[in-house]
Ligand binder design. Structure first.
Ligand code: FAD
Length: 458
């Protein structure tokens, strides 16, 4: 059976909900918006599905409203629910997920002049061109959804452990956790065994906090190329310092030198990083492909730990783990895994080996590849999307409209969130995505209005 809709939003995490909420307010009441995603994750995505109280937002509550034009919306929701948190607090992500879900439920009520929003409990497995730039999606369960305009909000997905197949004997796979969000992997880890996290970013931090809550006594090893952990937020955010960097002017290395000088002169370097926010996307857009490549190779690891920081309470816990010796951070590259003594020996490129019961892949969600998603692979196979040359999602223009391959007509297709990192770079956090969601909703509104009103006027 083929369902018909005016707008199909594929994915059900934060980006999808933020777009849906803007659309139901902008589109006329007779318009139909369908949000396609697995029911269990609707409104939460990967980031806000956690039930663990120790998993805190890494952005203060005052900056986490779903709506760019209503900055206090989340704070008002917290107060309305009787929660004690205020603007500078780092709220459990579970609570934020409830906020997003609540707003989604509210948007489905057909009140006032709102367009109709329907949740479709399915995965979009593939898509082909329909009429007038529309798309027809093949859904799990066998149904199809035909849409006049579509938006991909499928998130970053997870990367596999960065090792060739032959570097991991098949029997060793049983000791590898490829996706730490997918199952309760820690139940397979004895309380006094050792564990190795590959990656030292926020995903690793989350997993370590969970182990600690469960009374884990073994050693936690964390490994990454630079061995850098995320930096802590200040307990009270300093006012951002206006940046001196000008998009399109200067080499990457010169810009960094300027940034360092500005940080050294500022009361706190975080104020300089925060001052970059309004121009970060334009700085990235102003670089050539080779400059972007150099930034990703040499700077991105340092950038990420300064830009995506830990809540102060979390940072204190991690520092205590390091001081006690229970957490050991290693700088290096994983080269192979071997079976050893009821667990694994992790072999590093410099010849060191680390004994561990489990290896947990926390290499991140920051890069999304077309190959990792059947839907994106299907669209790419038809030339309807093109992979970003740096592996940062798919190619889009300034309006987040998806760029088709040469000789292929553009579908009425947009993309949001981490999927558009190739063009916008910093487009993973709520304060960035909510602005994009608003702008894409306005583009979709204009596109549908220009394309004729007959679908909802007839
Ligand atoms: C652990 C973690 C913590 C974070 N904490 C913060 C924070 O504190 N503050 C902040 O500002 N940002 C935070 N972020 C960043 C940010 O909020 C997320 O990147 C953002 O939620 C991205 O949302 P998304 O909807 O684009 O992707 P996702 O959350 O990944 O959601 C995509 C959804 O689409 C579904 N999907 C994928 N493909 C299909 C398909 N073909 N058909 C149907 N459904 C599909 C997936 O199953 C998934 O549920 C965090 C991110 C992570 C990963």
């Amino acid at each position: 059976m083929t369902l018909e809709t005016d707008v199909a939003i594929i994915g059900s995490g934060y980006s999808a909900v933020a777009l849906a909420l803007n659309l139901v307010d902008l589109l006329p009441p007779a318009a139909r918006v369908s949000l396609v995603g697995r029911a269990a994750g609707q409104g939460r995505g990967i980031a806000y599905a956690t039930r663990a109280e120790c998993h805190l937002l890494n952005v203060p509550a005052g900056r986490m409203s779903l709506f760019a034009d209503r900055p206090n919306h989340f704070l008002a929701w917290l107060a309305g629910q009787g929660f004690p948190w205020s603007a500078d607090d780092f709220v459990p992500r579970r609570i934020y997920g409830s906020y997003v879900r609540d707003c989604l439920d509210e948007a489905m009520k057909r009140t006032g002049n709102r367009a109709a929003l329907t949740l479709v409990d399915a995965e979009a497995l593939g898509a082909e061109a329909g009429q007038d730039g529309g798309l027809v999606f093949a859904l799990s369960g066998g149904g199809r959804l035909s849409a006049r305009v579509s938006a991909l909000c499928t998130g970053a997905g997870t990367r596999r452990l960065p090792l060739p197949e032959d570097a991991v004997p098949s029997a060793a796979r049983a000791f590898v956790v490829e996706d730490p969000w997918a199952d309760a992997w820690w139940e397979r880890l004895p309380a006094d065994a050792d564990v190795l996290f590959v990656g030292t970013g926020l995903t690793t931090i989350d997993q370590m906090l969970l182990l600690r809550r469960r009374g884990f006594r073994g050693t936690m090893h964390a490994l990454s190329r630079h061995g850098l952990l995320p930096q802590p937020h200040l307990a009270r955010r300093a006012d951002p310092v206006e940046t001196v960097l000008v998009p399109g002017e200067g080499e990457v290395s010169a810009m960094l030198a300027t940034l360092r000088r500005q940080a050294a002169a500022a009361p706190d370097w975080r104020a300089v990083m925060d001052g970059l926010r309004p121009v970060t996307q334009d700085l990235w857009k102003g670089w050539s492909a080779s400059q972007r490549g150099r930034f990703l190779r040499h700077v991105a690891a340092f950038w990420n730990v300064h830009r995506h920081r830990m809540a102060p309470a979390v940072a204190e816990e991690i520092a205590a783990l390091r001081r006690s010796g229970q957490l050991v951070v290693h700088r290096g590259r994983l080269e192979a895994l071997r079976l050893a003594d009821g667990g694994l020996a992790a072999v590093l490129r410099d010849g060191r080996t680390l004994a561990t019961r489990l290896v947990v892949n926390c290499t991140g969600l920051d890069r999304c590849t077309v190959a990792a998603s059947p839907l994106l692979a299907s669209l790419a196979g038809r030339g309807l999307v093109q992979p970003d040359p740096h592996g940062l999602g798919i190619r889009v223009d300034d309006r987040a409209a998806v760029l088709a391959g040469e000789g292929v007509g553009r579908a009425r297709l947009y993309a949001l969130g981490p999927l558009t990192a190739g063009h916008f770079f910093e487009i993973t956090a709520v304060p960035d995505i909510r602005v994009q969601a608003r702008a894409v909703a306005a583009s979709i509104h204009a596109e549908i209005a220009a394309g004729g009103r007959k679908a909802w006027m007839s």
